[in-house]
Design a protein around this ligand. Structure first.
Ligand SMILES: [Ca+2]
Ligand SMILES: [Ca+2]
Ligand SMILES: [Zn+2]
Length: 320
């Protein structure tokens, strides 16, 4: 699988979802000495809270009350024949998709099969383009950076530094950094889990999988790659447990059924794996690998895990 650039110069996206978040996680475990300990602290806090919640003894707010609005800066890295062609309208459309998806206000949530409907959750998280930059000056929240780097990779995070042809992160304790560029190898995007280095904290999305309209290409032209990747940024794992196709992995969320490997394309309900019948895999969840048109929901357990990440691992994001 590769990102072909046809002779017309028209962008062409990958046919199947591919996310490098777990690969980046494993790279950081090797490269950054403090990362493993920071990740353990994030997970220990979550497991404590989740355990107390299920035991009915949770007497503190581990996430946020009400709605949290996360300030977003979109770094568009590339020239006019690549990510530079991403339009402002495409960026605004992306933010609108995020706000619908994270509030369970997306019209296609009605497609959730009946047995799974009680799981659908409003995460109480919203997104807004930043209006004030790190220097205090007014900003549109859209940061355009021409670059002669044709394609970026998750292997070195080059898109996240001006010195390597990308754009430096804005302070990660105040902003969600979202880089848009051309990713190589059919990669749609990747995120960094809470607990990683601030300079590389955020989400990267390829320009054919970003927003709606403009350079977005089917079947990833519905803005759901950002919904999925920001889920990782808020500590969600892939719904199949990142164990290839085994039944022993976990996403550490109780209400998502255990399942084998990723579902791709647009599956037919039910798809039973790992003794999870009769209802089977929750393939219509944003943290699976299905097409944009087939992923439509987060669960209450995932919303709790994201709120826990906001409250305990990203305490200053979206706060006055
Ligand atoms: Ca689960
Ligand atoms: Ca599995
Ligand atoms: Zn992913």
């Amino acid at each position: 699988m590769s990102t072909e650039v046809p002779e017309t110069g028209e962008p062409q996206g990958p046919p199947v979802r591919n996310c490098a978040t777990d690969e980046v996680h494993r790279r950081l475990l090797l490269e950054v000495p403090e990362y493993a300990e920071a990740r353990a602290a994030v997970e220990n806090a979550y497991f404590y809270a989740a355990g107390a919640l299920s035991a009915g003894t949770l007497d503190e707010v581990v996430g946020r009350e009400g709605i949290t609005t996360i300030p977003v800066v979109v770094h568009i890295v590339g020239n006019a024949d690549g990510a530079g062609a991403v339009t402002d309208e495409q960026v605004h459309a992306q933010i609108a998709v995020l706000n619908a998806d994270y509030r369970a206000a997306n019209p296609d949530v009605t497609g959730v099969p009946e047995p799974f409907r009680p799981l659908v959750a409003d995460t109480r998280i919203e997104f807004a383009l930043a209006t004030t930059g790190p220097d205090g000056a007014a900003t549109t929240g859209i940061h355009r950076v021409p670059s002669d780097v044709e394609q970026f990779t998750a292997d070195d995070d080059a898109v996240k530094a001006a010195a390597t042809g990308g754009a430096d992160a804005w302070p990660a304790d105040r902003y969600l950094n979202l880089w848009v560029c051309r990713l190589e190898g059919g990669l749609l995007g990747y995120a960094q889990f809470p607990g990683g280095p601030a300079a590389t904290d955020g989400v990267v999305i390829t320009y054919t999988g970003f927003g709606t309209g403009g350079t977005a290409r089917a079947p990833f032209d519905g803005g759901r790659t950002a919904t999925h990747e920001i889920g990782h940024w808020l500590n969600l794992r892939h719904i199949w447990g990142d164990d290839d196709t085994g039944c022993s992995g976990s996403d550490f969320v109780a209400d998502t059924p255990n399942c084998a490997g990723p579902n791709t394309g647009r599956p037919t309900f039910p798809h039973v794996t790992c003794y999870n019948g009769p209802d089977g895999d929750l393939f219509m969840n944003y943290m699976d690998y299905t097409d944009d048109a087939a992923m439509v929901m987060f669960t209450a357990g995932q919303a709790f895990r994201m709120q826990a990440a906001l409250g305990m691992a990203r305490p200053t994001i979206g706060q006055p």
